[in-house]
Ligand binder design. Structure first.
Ligand code: CO
Length: 134
């Protein structure tokens, strides 16, 4: 059912430092920071030959990554995003197997302008999973 790994998201407190790490130490192509107020994050996209890394830093009060960064002040892997052809079919299949979909269970428009859903980390080996319809 799942297809390509669309991205791995890494939450950080210091976006400039993490961007420099990827650009200068690891030699990757990095974007300028993009504020996404609707998602409560500022994002830097890192294009790798086979996938993307997204650096997420909190933006504004009540950012959805604030709690994660309280527990992980040095930053850490926040979620993985897998591509699916049809997000509603994927959701219904997962729910039928007992997986919990976060929020109200309806897809939202994600950081790339496409429908996304998040699955409970406790149901997926301790990893927050994002599904994106491509
Ligand atoms: Co994501």
């Amino acid at each position: 059912m799942i297809g390509r790994l669309n991205h791995v998201a890494i939450a950080v407190n210091d976006l400039d430092k993490a961007t420099a790490l990827y650009r200068d130490t690891l030699g990757a192509q990095v974007s300028a920071p993009i504020e996404q107020p609707a998602h409560g994050v500022t994002v830097v996209f890192i294009e790798l030959p086979n996938t993307k890394i997204e650096l997420l830093a909190p933006l504004g009060a009540g950012s959805p990554i604030a709690k994660f960064l309280e527990k992980n002040p040095d930053g850490g892997m926040h979620h993985v995003c897998y591509e699916v052809d049809d997000i509603l079919i994927a959701r219904d299949r997962l729910k039928a197997q007992g997986a919990r979909v976060l929020g109200d269970g309806e897809p939202k428009i994600g950081a790339h302008g496409k429908p996304v859903l998040f699955l409970h980390p406790k149901d997926f080996s301790g990893t927050l999973v994002e599904l994106e319809q491509v």
